[in-house]
Design a binder for this molecule. Structure first.
Ligand SMILES: [Zn+2]
Ligand SMILES: [Zn+2]
Length: 250
């Protein structure tokens, strides 16, 4: 049981880390820059950590830019205001993601400019067989280490980990929580110390300051990924674009 719980926690956080660090803060918002080498490096690391639910940083980045531009309007790719329930929202988001990923959606170039694109790698990582092999790997691991039957209910979460994290923010952080800023959309901060969603839950702050690398604003808020970003900047892996006065450890 300890092995399985550790594996679940590791998968949860490593997958979420690549999503918030690489897909969200880098690909979509460009809050920091990195060399071609590190870009490819984090692209591959995202595949390893996200596994069967690997998301294309390009498709994610473009779709997410649309979300910020049209948040909570008819043109928003996902909004609890326009989708009846969490499942219809997920299904609509999936369709838009696929259209961007496959290049069939007509997108204004301002939404695609500078978003990292590695089509050949994405084709491989999103291949149905590759995705299935990851799921087989999860099942094999559970087969050997899950000593209680109920642990198997976690396998579907492993399989859809990336979109599972996405939907928590896209639905709940546009519905529940508190607001620091009266922005036009319905974004909320789910919790002041966001250990579960690695800072992504500070969503109202993020909608107000989309270009900031750090998602916490008030003294009582904490974004656990920012110290890592700060460290990567210090040792030269990345370069934070805008260091505003709100950034601690600037
Ligand atoms: Zn949002
Ligand atoms: Zn964003």
């Amino acid at each position: 049981m300890l092995v399985i719980i550790s594996f679940f926690i590791a998968h949860w956080y490593l997958s979420l880390f690549t999503q918030t660090f690489f897909h969200h803060r880098y690909a979509a918002h460009g809050t920091f820059t990195m060399s071609r080498f590190w870009e490819k490096f984090f692209h591959v690391v995202s595949f390893v950590f996200q596994g069967s639910s690997y998301l294309s940083p390009y498709a994610y980045g473009v779709m997410h830019r649309l979300h910020h531009a049209y948040a909570d309007t008819e043109k928003d790719p996902h909004s609890p205001k326009y989708d009846k329930n969490i499942f219809t929202m997920m299904w609509r988001t999936r369709g838009i993601y696929k259209a961007i990923d496959e290049g069939t959606a007509a997108i204004d170039p301002k939404f695609t400019k500078g978003v990292p694109k590695w089509r050949a790698f994405d084709r491989f990582a999103e291949n149905g067989l590759v995705r299935s092999l990851w799921v087989v790997l999860y099942i094999v691991l559970y087969y050997f280490y899950a000593d209680q039957w109920w642990l198997y209910v976690l396998i579907p979460i492993h399989a859809v980990m990336g979109p599972f994290h996405g939907v928590i923010i896209n639905w709940f952080a546009h519905k529940y929580g508190y607001r620091n800023f009266e922005v036009k959309d319905t974004s909320m901060n789910l919790m002041p110390v966001d250990v579960l969603m690695l800072g992504e839950g500070l969503h109202n702050n993020h909608h107000k300051y989309g270009g900031r690398a750090k998602f916490s604003v008030k003294w009582f808020e904490f974004d656990p990924v920012y110290p890592i970003i700060w460290f990567f900047d210090k040792i030269g892996i990345i370069k934070i674009k805008k260091k505003d006065p709100l950034d601690y450890m600037g």
